[in-house]
Design a protein around this ligand. Structure first.
Ligand code: HEC
Length: 123
């Protein structure tokens, strides 16, 4: 009985660790972020070609002071979280039609999960 209980909790723990891994690797994501760095600063509130990404998780789209967004982005009504960032950086052009991010997208799901884990690690 007790043995069963211990086994069940261990199995649950193993599952949740597995899930955390599937959610992305921040260290790998820092490398993937090199593709974004020319246009985005994620550590300082400094705008480049793109708006800074400090506090991006939970931030409503198009709201950094002093950055001139496209109307498409400013009016998108999106709030950035793991899911919406994933969809956007997979296909920047189609997810927010008419936005100005000149980036072809990250085709690999793993790269997207890693870069999102990296952004989350900075929060
Ligand atoms: C060539 C420059 C460029 C690259 C490379 C680029 N972006 Fe962008 N990004 C932009 C621009 C410009 C905007 C603003 C778009 C608009 O206003 O329509 C933007 C907007 C965003 C936004 C929305 C920000 C907000 O305040 O609403 C996110 C999130 C984002 N980019 C993430 C990324 C990530 C992650 C990468 C790398 C995988 C990346 N971008 C690569 C230029 C770039």
């Amino acid at each position: 009985m007790l043995r069963n209980l211990v086994f069940t909790s261990l199995a649950a723990l193993a599952l949740s660790v597995g899930a955390a891994h599937a959610a992305g690797d921040a260290a790998k994501g820092e490398k993937v972020f090199r593709k974004c760095k020319a246009c985005h600063d994620a550590e300082n509130e400094k705008n480049k070609v793109g708006p800074h990404l400090v506090g991006i998780i939970g931030r409503p789209a198009g709201t950094v002071d002093g950055f001139k967004y496209s109307d498409a982005m400013a009016n998108s009504g999106i709030t950035w979280d793991a899911e919406t960032i994933d969809a956007y950086i997979a296909e920047p052009k189609t997810y927010v039609e008419g936005n100005r991010m000149a980036f072809p997208g990250l085709k690999k799901e793993e790269d997207r999960a890693d870069v999102i884990a990296y952004l989350e690690s900075l929060q």
